[in-house]
Design a protein around this ligand. Structure first.
Ligand SMILES: NC(=O)c1ccc[n+]([C@@H]2O[C@H](COP(=O)([O-])OP(=O)(O)OC[C@H]3O[C@@H](n4cnc5c(N)ncnc54)[C@H](O)[C@@H]3O)[C@@H](O)[C@H]2O)c1
Ligand SMILES: [Zn+2]
Length: 405
């Protein structure tokens, strides 16, 4: 038996934001990030639509990128005072994820962050509020997923909260919101989306339902991501749907160790002045993980199917895997994303010596590898890495070495 869960309603296409007018309730809290939604007028519009729906509206602003446990607790306190019956999260993955975790704490004030991180262990929500998610980036698809990623900065690591309870009730996928994304954000979030689709397709929890969504997402992202990056707005609009399809797939089929590694390296070198941005980390690690996973015969076959849908050619599955790796690296080049941590600059662009010093990386490697193995995404990866293999894999991701083990 397996379960497949999505939001009850999904509104898509230009103008979908206006559907906020149809929500029924007394009080809505809007959770939003650092300013882009305000600057481009989407926050005011959302507020106005909710007021037109007859609701009292409060705004919780300033949710940072890669949101912290502290922000979650602060937001939950505001909710406790305001008692919303709708939580409306608008923006990229960060504010939506933070709002999901606030929702848990609001419904269960005694729930600690550790409690939230117990995979598929969240008690029943919706006793106090329903949740509407409106995405403004084309990558995380958190508007349709059962996940929320919160960073514990004291530990320098990201924790996924995973439970169908936090799958939003309503998702609004309005491409107008994605049109204001700067190029770099398009690149990173787009490679995050293709990683979701590929990891979901080869996951041990894959299903006929998720496969269809993942494959179509892969085809769309291959066609539309680079044009979207180069400011083709029709392609940008299609990418907003494509990333959402990828999200529907991985929310149900789960992910793999590309994400485990991205979660555990993202904030691991913050003391050197930068983050390894989630999408960029995935983009760098994905080709390495494909080579590693392809040692599993079933995964190899499934990568071959992906390569076929991408029209990459290849006479057999070994060749197809190599061509898939080559195609993903080509996409990284077009999107100005480096191939390895060593060349990852503090601004995320390729550079000779990146912001993570070699000796620091090597010193922290065993701990990072151990935490990556323990990440919630590792269980559904088609090949289970040992500590030694995970360390070797991460080294390949640092130095851009071929994976031959
Ligand atoms: N919940 C999930 O299923 C899931 C999946 C993958 C990643 N994540 C998490 O999501 C977070 C990353 O989210 P993200 O990549 O969407 O970025 P983000 O939400 O962190 O936003 C990045 C920056 O882009 C700006 N921005 C957002 N939308 C914009 C727009 N339309 N125009 C201009 N600027 C805009 C924001 O203000 C912010 O400064 C990470 O914490 C990651 O771990 C979650
Ligand atoms: Zn991701």
């Amino acid at each position: 038996m397996a379960r497949f869960t999505l939001p009850r309603d999904l509104y898509h296409g230009k103008g979908a934001l206006e559907q906020l007018k149809t929500l029924k309730g007394k009080r809505a809290i809007i959770c939003v990030g650092g300013g882009s939604m305000k600057r481009f007028g989407f926050l005011d519009r959302a507020k106005q639509y909710l007021q037109e729906a007859g609701m009292e509206v409060e705004v919780f602003e300033g949710i940072e990128s890669d949101p912290s446990v502290e922000t979650v607790m602060k937001g939950a306190e505001v909710m406790q005072k305001f008692q919303p019956d709708w939580i409306v999260a608008i923006g990229g993955g960060s504010p939506i994820d933070a709002a999901k975790a606030m929702w848990i704490k609001y419904e269960y004030p005694d729930c600690t962050f550790e409690d939230m991180c117990k995979v598929f262990g969240i008690p029943e929500l919706r006793k106090k509020a329903h949740f509407c998610a409106i995405s403004s980036t084309s990558g995380t698809a958190t508007e349709v997923t059962a996940f929320s990623i919160i960073t514990d900065y004291a530990k320098g690591t990201k924790y996924p909260i995973a439970d169908f309870e936090i799958t939003p009730d309503i998702a609004i996928v309005d491409p107008e919101l994605a049109e204001t994304m700067p190029k770099k954000l398009v690149a990173h979030t787009g490679m995050d989306a293709i990683t979701h689709a590929i990891e979901a397709y080869v996951s041990t929890a894959h299903s006929d339902y998720a496969d269809a969504l993942a494959i179509h997402a892969i085809e769309m992202i291959q066609a539309d991501l680079i044009p979207s990056y180069n400011e083709d707005m029709a392609a940008r609009d299609r990418m907003h749907n494509a990333q959402c399809l990828a999200g529907m797939a991985f929310s149900n089929a789960l992910l793999g160790i590309v994400h485990s590694m991205a979660h555990k390296t993202g904030a691991a070198f913050d003391d050197f002045g930068a983050h390894i941005i989630h999408g960029a980390a995935n983009a760098m690690y994905l080709p390495k993980v494909i080579a590693f996973n392809a040692k599993d015969p079933e995964a190899k076959k499934r990568y071959g199917v992906i390569a076929d849908y991408m029209h990459l050619g290849g006479a057999n599955d070994d060749e197809k895997v190599q061509l898939l790796i080559k195609e993903l690296r080509r996409m990284n080049d077009e999107l100005n994303i480096p191939h390895c941590i060593k060349n990852y600059g503090a601004d995320s662009y390729p550079t000779g010596q990146g912001f993570v010093p070699e000796e620091v990386f090597l010193e922290r490697l065993p701990g990072i590898a151990e935490r990556a193995i323990g990440d919630a995404c590792t269980g559904s990866n088609p090949r289970q890495p040992s500590q030694e293999e995970m360390e070797k894999l991460l080294k390949c991701c640092y130095y851009d070495l071929d994976v031959d083990f």
